[in-house]
Design a protein around this ligand. Structure first.
Ligand SMILES: Nc1ncnc2c1ncn2[C@@H]1O[C@H](COP(=O)(O)OP(=O)(O)OP(=O)(O)O)[C@@H](O)[C@H]1O
Ligand SMILES: [Mg+2]
Length: 227
């Protein structure tokens, strides 16, 4: 088995030092360099276009979660749950771009939809695999910030549950930052993740509800030109 990685796969992107860290603009306009880093870390193209940093309740969630992530010395697990189109993935891009600016975290930032994680890891099974199962798991245990989106899109087979719990427990042990995003109610989110993950999340972070404002898909805000 050859132990190499495919170059077109999202990779965790090393973080760098930014002297302007902490500034909170009213409009997020990524630089060309930031967009390239975010794209390479797996964030969706749609969400790395510039957006206004509002409305206030959405912005408040973005800033509060950002503060939890920045101030957590010992890692944190955070859940973001809410209806369709309320800007949860967009918020994750804000945290991802801010995390690229964290100091002294060379392990980087990675975004994945939960099902893509399972698909990628399953490719490590079988004779044509390009990496070992442990190497595949480490892709998700290593990044300083891991965003796992569309958390509800799982079969919840025993294998998926065990694998996901194992990844989250490694991340808890290594004091990493994990953001899990789902289109679920709080009760279903907790039930689907299971007691092991919820116990760790309760200790290190909290669940945020993204349900107090309208879907951006119903009333899209004008986007800014980034040319
Ligand atoms: N603050 C914002 N201002 C303007 N547009 C936004 C904002 N946040 C998100 N959008 C846009 O609204 C659309 C929906 O946002 P997004 O995909 O982040 O929602 P979501 O909560 O992740 O939805 P789902 O649960 O279906 O995944 C996207 O096109 C996104 O770029
Ligand atoms: Mg989304």
């Amino acid at each position: 088995m050859t132990k190499s990685n495919k170059s077109d796969e999202p990779q965790s992107i090393p973080t760098t030092t930014n002297p302007e860290f902490g500034e909170r603009p009213t409009q997020w306009v990524p630089t060309k360099h930031q967009r390239a880093l975010l794209r390479a870390a797996g964030f969706p193209d749609r969400h790395i276009e510039s957006v206004p940093m509002g409305p206030p309740k959405w912005r408040s969630m973005v800033d509060t979660v950002h503060d939890v992530l920045v101030m957590s010395e010992y890692g944190a697990m955070i859940g973001i749950i809410g209806p369709r189109g309320t800007g949860k993935t967009q918020a994750a891009v804000a945290w991802g771009s801010q995390a690229l600016d964290y100091e002294n975290h060379e392990d980087g930032v990675l975004y994945t939809r939960v099902q893509d994680m399972f698909l990628r890891v399953r490719r490590a099974f079988g004779k044509d695999a390009t990496m070992s199962e442990e190497e595949a798991r480490n892709i998700y245990t290593r990044p300083h910030l891991l965003v796992v989106d569309e958390i509800q899109e799982r079969s919840r087979s025993d294998w998926e549950q065990l694998f996901f719990t194992n990844v989250l427990d490694h991340r808890y042990g290594r004091q990493k930052l994990t953001v899990m995003i789902g289109n679920l109610t709080c009760a279903v989110f907790m039930q689907q993740l299971g007691p092991s993950i919820i116990s760790r999340l309760t200790e290190t972070g909290r669940i945020f509800l993204a349900d107090e404002w309208e879907s951006f898909r119903d009333n899209p805000a004008p986007l800014f030109d980034t040319a």
